[in-house]
Ligand binder design. Structure first.
Ligand code: FMN
Length: 337
């Protein structure tokens, strides 16, 4: 009897908060609709995961005026979380999304803690595989990024969502605009986060010189794309180090969640929490940089607008790189271990 054939190929699967993704490439929130829209353009089932557009308890029409503006190496957006509301999403979009195959991540937003928690409760009783808690949207007047800028506010919303969605893995999406990202992350870990994703967009702006006024009604917008990649990469690198070696940086400690701290002042378990990096990833080499810096997986947003098959090419490129170096598992890509 012949033996079981040994597969020579690398294993691209990754584990995030107990959820197994077949590969580390996830469509970023707000940049891939609900997945099905891209069905005729690329094999959506080949992706590791899909994040929904930011969902809120009640429907939101989004912002008025200009919503997108290209910059030489990036994209400014001020969508304002346009979405049909969680109930309609669960009824109309979720069944279709579920049938696509990749791990399904619901991106949750809200105007206040009560709204976040109520939305989380609905998602908890649904078929979504994971919640990505968006405390980093720079384009809404209340809630959004306001919760992601300091540890106390971030811990309050993370704790409320954790309690309301006790059955779902919880990934907190961090803001690059926070003055002390590590402090925010530690506070979220103490309040029950299972993973982190970063970065959301950088607060930025543009002026329409012909009309002599800012392009966006809200004046500022969120910058994404290649322009932000080196900064996003640096933030992933630093967060990875800060979570694993809390005393190596003089960051503030969270004010809440004292029961989660160990005797040395670090947050129990925070060091092991996975990071999902993003920001300007457009090709396999970009993704490899994030994976080497300590990301367990990556998300791809703006690149899909510029080149819809990007994510498929990135998955293939990571596999080729691993094969060419004789690497068998994704963990071997991490140069921080
Ligand atoms: C048009 C657009 C809409 C977005 N909407 C959301 C959103 O609803 N929720 C969210 O967490 N991030 C949202 N983002 C941020 C992306 O998910 C991602 O964090 C950011 O764009 C950086 O990645 P990239 O440079 O690959 O695009 C949006 C980005 C863009 C460009």
């Amino acid at each position: 009897m012949s033996g079981v054939p040994q597969s020579a190929g690398p294993d691209l699967s990754v584990l995030i908060a107990g959820v197994r993704l077949k590969n580390p490439v996830i469509a970023a929130s707000g940049c891939f609709g609900y997945g099905g829209e891209y069905g005729g353009i690329l094999d959506v089932s080949a992706l590791g995961g899909l994040c929904t557009k930011g969902l809120t308890l009640r429907p939101r029409p989004g912002n008025r005026g200009e919503r997108l503006h290209e910059t030489p190496a990036g994209l400014l957006n001020s969508i304002g979380l346009e979405n049909p509301g969680i109930e309609e999403f669960l009824e109309k979009e979720l069944p279709r999304m579920k049938s696509l195959g990749p791990v399904l991540i619901a991106n949750l937003s809200g105007g206040d803690i009560g709204e976040y928690a109520e939305g989380a409760g609905l998602l908890d009783r649904s078929e979504v595989d994971m919640i990505e808690l968006n405390i980093s949207c720079p384009n809404v007047r209340s809630g959004g990024m306001a919760f992601g800028l300091d540890g106390e506010a971030a811990a309050a919303v993370t704790g409320a969502v954790r309690r309301a969605a006790a059955h779902k893995p919880l990934m907190v999406k961090l803001s690059p605009n926070a003055p002390d990202l590590a402090a925010v992350a530690r506070a979220c870990a103490a309040a029950g986060a299972d993973a982190f994703s970063l970065v959301n967009t950088f607060k930025a702006m543009a002026i329409d010189t012909a009309r002599r006024r800012p392009v966006f009604d809200n004046v500022s917008a969120g910058l994404s794309g290649p322009a932000i990649r080196p900064m996003a990469l640096r933030m992933v690198w630093e967060l990875y180090g800060a979570l694993r070696n809390p005393d190596s940086m003089n960051h503030g400690r969270p004010k809440g969640g004292a029961e989660c701290r160990d005797g040395g002042g670090s947050i129990k378990g925070a060091g092991a929490l996975p990071i999902v990096g993003m920001g300007g990833i457009a090709c396999a080499n970009d993704a490899l940089e994030f994976l080497m810096a300590g990301s367990t997986a990556v998300q791809v947003g703006s690149a899909t607008f510029a080149r819809p098959p990007s994510m498929i090419e990135i998955i293939a490129g990571i596999g080729e790189y691993m094969r060419s170096r004789g690497l068998k598992t994704m963990a071997e890509l991490n140069i921080r271990n």
